[in-house]
Design a protein around this ligand. Sequence first.
Ligand SMILES: NC(=O)c1ccc[n+]([C@@H]2O[C@H](COP(=O)([O-])OP(=O)(O)OC[C@H]3O[C@@H](n4cnc5c(N)ncnc54)[C@H](OP(=O)(O)O)[C@@H]3O)[C@@H](O)[C@H]2O)c1
Length: 308
Amino acid sequence: MVLSGVDVVGVLEVLRLWVGDERFGGSRLVVVTRGAVSVGGEGVEDVGGGAVWGLVRSAQSEHPGRFVLVDVGVDEGVVVGGVGGVVPDVVGLGESEVAVRGGRVWVPRLVGVSGGGVGGGGVVAGVGGGVALVTGGTGLLGGLVARHLVSVYGVGEVVLVSRRGWGAPGVGGLVGELEGLGARVRVVACDVGDRGAVAELVGSIEGLGVVVHAAGVVDDGVVGSLDGGRLVGVLGPKALGAWYLHEVTCGLDLSAFVLFSSAAGVLGNAGQGSYAAANGFLDALAAHRRARGLPGVSIAWGFWEERS
Ligand SMILES: NC(=O)c1ccc[n+]([C@@H]2O[C@H](COP(=O)([O-])OP(=O)(O)OC[C@H]3O[C@@H](n4cnc5c(N)ncnc54)[C@H](OP(=O)(O)O)[C@@H]3O)[C@@H](O)[C@H]2O)c1
Protein backbone atom coordinates (compact mmCIF):
# COMPACT_ATOMS: atom_id res chain seq x y z
CA MET A 1 0.00 0.00 0.00
CA VAL A 2 1.21 3.52 -0.78
CA LEU A 3 0.60 6.47 1.53
CA SER A 4 1.33 10.01 0.34
CA GLY A 5 0.28 13.62 0.89
CA VAL A 6 -0.47 13.15 4.60
CA ASP A 7 0.90 15.18 7.54
CA VAL A 8 2.82 13.59 10.39
CA VAL A 9 -0.20 13.12 12.67
CA GLY A 10 -2.11 11.46 9.82
CA VAL A 11 0.89 9.24 9.09
CA LEU A 12 1.02 8.20 12.76
CA GLU A 13 -2.63 7.14 12.60
CA VAL A 14 -1.95 4.92 9.60
CA LEU A 15 1.23 3.45 11.14
CA ARG A 16 -0.71 2.52 14.29
CA LEU A 17 -3.37 0.83 12.21
CA TRP A 18 -0.71 -0.95 10.19
CA VAL A 19 1.13 -2.43 13.17
CA GLY A 20 -2.04 -3.16 15.13
CA ASP A 21 -4.08 -5.02 12.51
CA GLU A 22 -2.91 -8.54 11.70
CA ARG A 23 -4.48 -8.33 8.22
CA PHE A 24 -1.50 -6.15 7.25
CA GLY A 25 1.01 -8.46 8.92
CA GLY A 26 2.49 -9.70 5.66
CA SER A 27 2.43 -6.41 3.76
CA ARG A 28 4.65 -3.40 3.46
CA LEU A 29 3.53 0.21 3.68
CA VAL A 30 5.32 2.68 1.41
CA VAL A 31 5.25 6.24 2.72
CA VAL A 32 5.87 8.78 -0.02
CA THR A 33 6.91 12.38 0.58
CA ARG A 34 7.81 15.12 -1.87
CA GLY A 35 10.86 17.34 -1.28
CA ALA A 36 11.24 16.25 2.35
CA VAL A 37 14.90 15.22 2.29
CA SER A 38 18.02 16.85 0.93
CA VAL A 39 19.93 14.99 -1.77
CA GLY A 40 23.43 16.27 -2.49
CA GLY A 41 22.96 19.44 -0.46
CA GLU A 42 19.76 20.63 -2.16
CA GLY A 43 17.15 22.47 -0.11
CA VAL A 44 14.19 20.83 1.60
CA GLU A 45 10.82 22.18 0.50
CA ASP A 46 8.56 20.12 2.75
CA VAL A 47 10.02 20.65 6.21
CA GLY A 48 7.05 18.88 7.81
CA GLY A 49 7.95 15.86 5.68
CA GLY A 50 11.20 15.69 7.66
CA ALA A 51 9.08 14.87 10.71
CA VAL A 52 7.37 12.09 8.74
CA TRP A 53 10.77 10.62 7.94
CA GLY A 54 11.85 10.66 11.60
CA LEU A 55 8.62 9.00 12.72
CA VAL A 56 8.70 6.30 10.04
CA ARG A 57 12.36 5.55 10.74
CA SER A 58 11.38 4.75 14.32
CA ALA A 59 8.54 2.54 13.08
CA GLN A 60 11.08 0.77 10.84
CA SER A 61 13.32 0.05 13.85
CA GLU A 62 10.36 -1.34 15.77
CA HIS A 63 8.95 -3.35 12.85
CA PRO A 64 11.79 -4.24 10.46
CA GLY A 65 10.75 -4.75 6.84
CA ARG A 66 7.23 -3.32 7.28
CA PHE A 67 7.82 0.25 6.04
CA VAL A 68 9.62 1.90 3.15
CA LEU A 69 10.26 5.64 2.81
CA VAL A 70 10.32 7.22 -0.65
CA ASP A 71 10.95 10.89 -1.30
CA VAL A 72 10.38 12.26 -4.78
CA GLY A 73 11.70 15.64 -5.91
CA VAL A 74 9.24 18.55 -6.00
CA ASP A 75 9.55 18.85 -9.77
CA GLU A 76 9.75 15.13 -10.38
CA GLY A 77 7.09 14.18 -12.88
CA VAL A 78 6.92 10.59 -11.70
CA VAL A 79 3.88 8.45 -11.22
CA VAL A 80 4.10 7.23 -7.64
CA GLY A 81 2.02 4.07 -7.25
CA GLY A 82 0.37 1.55 -9.56
CA VAL A 83 1.57 0.00 -12.79
CA GLY A 84 4.47 2.01 -14.24
CA GLY A 85 4.87 3.98 -11.01
CA VAL A 86 8.17 4.46 -9.26
CA VAL A 87 7.18 2.63 -6.06
CA PRO A 88 7.25 -0.97 -7.34
CA ASP A 89 10.75 -0.36 -8.75
CA VAL A 90 12.22 1.20 -5.63
CA VAL A 91 10.60 -1.30 -3.28
CA GLY A 92 12.20 -4.03 -5.36
CA LEU A 93 15.61 -2.64 -4.37
CA GLY A 94 15.10 -3.82 -0.79
CA GLU A 95 16.20 -0.46 0.65
CA SER A 96 14.35 1.00 3.64
CA GLU A 97 14.57 4.56 2.34
CA VAL A 98 15.23 6.09 -1.06
CA ALA A 99 14.98 9.42 -2.84
CA VAL A 100 14.14 9.84 -6.52
CA ARG A 101 15.70 12.77 -8.33
CA GLY A 102 15.82 13.26 -12.09
CA GLY A 103 14.65 9.70 -12.58
CA ARG A 104 17.58 8.37 -10.56
CA VAL A 105 17.27 6.58 -7.25
CA TRP A 106 19.45 7.70 -4.33
CA VAL A 107 20.09 5.71 -1.19
CA PRO A 108 21.69 6.95 2.05
CA ARG A 109 25.20 5.71 2.82
CA LEU A 110 27.67 6.67 5.53
CA VAL A 111 30.63 8.55 4.10
CA GLY A 112 33.58 10.22 5.73
CA VAL A 113 33.66 14.00 6.05
CA SER A 114 36.73 16.17 6.05
CA GLY A 115 37.41 18.99 8.53
CA GLY A 116 34.87 20.43 10.96
CA GLY A 117 33.72 18.40 13.91
CA VAL A 118 31.78 19.47 16.94
CA GLY A 119 34.69 20.22 19.20
CA GLY A 120 36.68 23.42 19.28
CA GLY A 121 34.85 25.32 16.58
CA GLY A 122 33.50 23.15 13.77
CA VAL A 123 29.76 23.47 13.90
CA VAL A 124 29.29 26.97 15.20
CA ALA A 125 32.33 28.43 13.49
CA GLY A 126 30.08 31.10 11.99
CA VAL A 127 29.33 32.67 15.38
CA GLY A 128 29.86 36.38 15.08
CA GLY A 129 28.95 39.29 17.31
CA GLY A 130 25.61 40.04 18.86
CA VAL A 131 23.42 38.62 21.56
CA ALA A 132 23.00 34.83 21.77
CA LEU A 133 19.54 33.42 22.44
CA VAL A 134 19.66 29.91 23.90
CA THR A 135 16.32 28.12 24.19
CA GLY A 136 16.41 25.35 26.76
CA GLY A 137 19.18 27.55 28.15
CA THR A 138 18.48 26.51 31.73
CA GLY A 139 18.77 22.81 30.84
CA LEU A 140 21.86 20.62 30.72
CA LEU A 141 23.07 21.19 27.16
CA GLY A 142 21.69 24.74 26.96
CA GLY A 143 23.79 25.67 29.99
CA LEU A 144 26.86 23.98 28.52
CA VAL A 145 26.51 25.72 25.18
CA ALA A 146 25.94 29.08 26.88
CA ARG A 147 29.23 28.64 28.78
CA HIS A 148 30.91 27.61 25.52
CA LEU A 149 29.58 30.62 23.60
CA VAL A 150 30.88 32.99 26.27
CA SER A 151 34.21 31.36 27.09
CA VAL A 152 35.25 30.18 23.59
CA TYR A 153 33.46 32.57 21.23
CA GLY A 154 33.54 35.65 23.44
CA VAL A 155 29.80 36.24 23.19
CA GLY A 156 29.07 39.21 25.46
CA GLU A 157 25.35 38.82 26.08
CA VAL A 158 23.21 35.72 26.49
CA VAL A 159 19.46 35.26 26.83
CA LEU A 160 18.55 31.95 28.48
CA VAL A 161 15.01 30.75 27.83
CA SER A 162 12.84 27.99 29.24
CA ARG A 163 9.29 27.68 30.49
CA ARG A 164 10.42 27.88 34.12
CA GLY A 165 13.03 30.60 33.57
CA TRP A 166 14.39 31.61 36.98
CA GLY A 167 12.36 28.79 38.52
CA ALA A 168 14.53 26.10 36.89
CA PRO A 169 17.02 24.35 39.16
CA GLY A 170 20.59 25.66 39.13
CA VAL A 171 19.90 28.86 37.20
CA GLY A 172 21.45 31.15 39.82
CA GLY A 173 24.73 29.23 39.66
CA LEU A 174 24.77 29.22 35.85
CA VAL A 175 24.06 32.96 35.62
CA GLY A 176 26.74 33.69 38.23
CA GLU A 177 29.24 31.62 36.25
CA LEU A 178 28.44 33.35 32.94
CA GLU A 179 28.62 36.78 34.58
CA GLY A 180 31.93 35.77 36.12
CA LEU A 181 33.17 35.12 32.57
CA GLY A 182 32.19 38.70 31.70
CA ALA A 183 28.82 38.15 29.99
CA ARG A 184 25.56 39.94 30.55
CA VAL A 185 22.78 37.43 31.12
CA ARG A 186 19.01 37.61 30.92
CA VAL A 187 16.76 34.71 31.94
CA VAL A 188 13.30 34.64 30.36
CA ALA A 189 10.36 32.32 31.05
CA CYS A 190 8.83 31.60 27.65
CA ASP A 191 7.09 28.66 26.01
CA VAL A 192 8.72 28.42 22.58
CA GLY A 193 5.79 26.35 21.33
CA ASP A 194 3.74 29.57 21.45
CA ARG A 195 4.32 31.69 18.35
CA GLY A 196 3.21 34.95 19.97
CA ALA A 197 5.52 34.39 22.93
CA VAL A 198 8.46 33.67 20.58
CA ALA A 199 7.75 36.82 18.56
CA GLU A 200 7.64 38.87 21.77
CA LEU A 201 10.83 37.27 23.03
CA VAL A 202 12.78 37.92 19.82
CA GLY A 203 11.38 41.45 19.61
CA SER A 204 12.68 42.14 23.11
CA ILE A 205 16.30 41.34 22.16
CA GLU A 206 18.26 44.16 20.61
CA GLY A 207 21.15 43.01 18.45
CA LEU A 208 20.28 39.32 18.27
CA GLY A 209 23.11 37.56 16.41
CA VAL A 210 23.00 33.89 17.36
CA VAL A 211 20.15 31.44 17.97
CA VAL A 212 20.74 28.08 19.63
CA HIS A 213 17.57 26.02 19.93
CA ALA A 214 18.06 23.37 22.62
CA ALA A 215 14.55 23.30 24.08
CA GLY A 216 12.89 19.93 24.00
CA VAL A 217 10.95 17.30 25.89
CA VAL A 218 10.70 13.54 25.48
CA ASP A 219 7.65 11.33 25.77
CA ASP A 220 8.83 7.93 24.64
CA GLY A 221 6.66 5.06 23.51
CA VAL A 222 6.49 2.57 20.65
CA VAL A 223 4.53 3.75 17.62
CA GLY A 224 1.51 1.57 18.44
CA SER A 225 1.18 3.28 21.83
CA LEU A 226 1.44 6.89 20.61
CA ASP A 227 -1.38 9.20 19.65
CA GLY A 228 -1.67 12.62 18.03
CA GLY A 229 -1.68 14.41 21.39
CA ARG A 230 1.55 12.79 22.56
CA LEU A 231 3.20 13.40 19.19
CA VAL A 232 2.22 17.09 19.16
CA GLY A 233 3.38 17.42 22.77
CA VAL A 234 6.92 16.53 21.69
CA LEU A 235 6.78 18.39 18.36
CA GLY A 236 5.66 21.61 20.11
CA PRO A 237 8.83 22.83 21.82
CA LYS A 238 11.27 21.29 19.36
CA ALA A 239 9.77 21.47 15.87
CA LEU A 240 7.21 24.26 16.21
CA GLY A 241 9.58 26.21 18.44
CA ALA A 242 12.27 25.96 15.75
CA TRP A 243 9.84 26.98 13.03
CA TYR A 244 8.67 30.03 14.97
CA LEU A 245 12.27 31.05 15.65
CA HIS A 246 12.97 30.62 11.94
CA GLU A 247 9.99 32.75 10.95
CA VAL A 248 10.45 35.59 13.40
CA THR A 249 14.22 35.91 12.87
CA CYS A 250 14.08 35.65 9.06
CA GLY A 251 14.73 39.36 8.54
CA LEU A 252 17.59 39.54 11.04
CA ASP A 253 21.26 39.28 10.21
CA LEU A 254 22.08 36.18 12.24
CA SER A 255 25.54 34.63 12.12
CA ALA A 256 24.39 31.24 13.43
CA PHE A 257 21.14 29.31 13.83
CA VAL A 258 21.94 26.06 15.58
CA LEU A 259 19.40 23.32 16.22
CA PHE A 260 19.98 20.64 18.86
CA SER A 261 18.80 17.52 17.11
CA SER A 262 19.45 13.86 17.84
CA ALA A 263 20.76 10.73 16.18
CA ALA A 264 17.26 9.38 16.89
CA GLY A 265 15.98 11.41 13.94
CA VAL A 266 18.58 10.04 11.54
CA LEU A 267 18.57 6.44 12.75
CA GLY A 268 15.00 6.20 14.05
CA ASN A 269 15.39 4.89 17.57
CA ALA A 270 12.82 2.27 18.58
CA GLY A 271 10.39 3.68 21.16
CA GLN A 272 11.17 7.28 20.25
CA GLY A 273 8.84 7.95 17.33
CA SER A 274 7.68 11.39 18.50
CA TYR A 275 11.20 12.45 19.38
CA ALA A 276 12.58 11.15 16.06
CA ALA A 277 9.84 13.07 14.25
CA ALA A 278 10.73 16.31 16.03
CA ASN A 279 14.42 15.86 15.27
CA GLY A 280 13.72 14.91 11.64
CA PHE A 281 11.91 18.22 11.37
CA LEU A 282 14.94 20.11 12.74
CA ASP A 283 17.29 18.45 10.25
CA ALA A 284 14.95 19.36 7.39
CA LEU A 285 14.62 22.95 8.63
CA ALA A 286 18.41 23.43 8.67
CA ALA A 287 18.63 22.28 5.03
CA HIS A 288 15.63 24.48 4.15
CA ARG A 289 17.34 27.54 5.66
CA ARG A 290 20.74 26.92 4.07
CA ALA A 291 19.16 26.68 0.62
CA ARG A 292 17.73 30.17 1.24
CA GLY A 293 21.12 31.60 2.16
CA LEU A 294 20.29 31.64 5.89
CA PRO A 295 22.58 30.10 8.50
CA GLY A 296 21.36 26.70 9.67
CA VAL A 297 23.05 23.77 11.39
CA SER A 298 21.30 20.80 12.92
CA ILE A 299 23.48 18.73 15.23
CA ALA A 300 22.38 15.11 15.58
CA TRP A 301 23.83 14.50 19.04
CA GLY A 302 24.24 11.03 20.40
CA PHE A 303 23.49 10.27 24.05
CA TRP A 304 25.41 12.62 26.37
CA GLU A 305 27.25 11.00 29.25
CA GLU A 306 26.02 13.61 31.70
CA ARG A 307 22.33 12.92 32.39
CA SER A 308 19.66 15.60 32.03
N1 LIG B 1 21.13 14.99 26.63
C1 LIG B 1 21.30 14.20 25.58
O1 LIG B 1 21.89 13.11 25.68
C2 LIG B 1 20.82 14.64 24.23
C3 LIG B 1 21.12 13.85 23.11
C4 LIG B 1 20.68 14.25 21.86
C5 LIG B 1 19.96 15.43 21.73
N2 LIG B 1 19.67 16.18 22.83
C6 LIG B 1 18.85 17.38 22.63
O2 LIG B 1 19.48 18.51 23.19
C7 LIG B 1 18.52 19.39 23.73
C8 LIG B 1 18.83 19.68 25.19
O3 LIG B 1 18.80 18.46 25.90
P1 LIG B 1 19.12 18.38 27.46
O4 LIG B 1 19.70 17.05 27.70
O5 LIG B 1 19.89 19.59 27.86
O6 LIG B 1 17.64 18.40 28.07
P2 LIG B 1 17.11 19.17 29.35
O7 LIG B 1 18.17 19.32 30.39
O8 LIG B 1 15.84 18.48 29.72
O9 LIG B 1 16.77 20.60 28.78
C9 LIG B 1 15.67 20.85 27.97
C10 LIG B 1 15.30 22.29 28.19
O10 LIG B 1 14.20 22.64 27.34
C11 LIG B 1 13.32 23.46 28.10
N3 LIG B 1 11.99 23.38 27.50
C12 LIG B 1 11.19 22.30 27.35
N4 LIG B 1 10.05 22.64 26.75
C13 LIG B 1 10.11 23.97 26.51
C14 LIG B 1 9.23 24.91 25.93
N5 LIG B 1 8.02 24.55 25.47
N6 LIG B 1 9.62 26.20 25.85
C15 LIG B 1 10.84 26.58 26.32
N7 LIG B 1 11.71 25.75 26.88
C16 LIG B 1 11.35 24.45 26.97
C17 LIG B 1 13.39 22.89 29.52
O11 LIG B 1 13.03 23.81 30.54
P3 LIG B 1 11.53 23.95 31.08
O12 LIG B 1 11.07 22.57 31.43
O13 LIG B 1 11.64 24.88 32.24
O14 LIG B 1 10.75 24.55 29.96
C18 LIG B 1 14.89 22.63 29.61
O15 LIG B 1 15.57 23.82 29.98
C19 LIG B 1 17.15 18.73 23.56
O16 LIG B 1 16.54 19.26 22.42
C20 LIG B 1 17.51 17.28 23.37
O17 LIG B 1 16.56 16.62 22.58
C21 LIG B 1 20.07 15.81 24.07
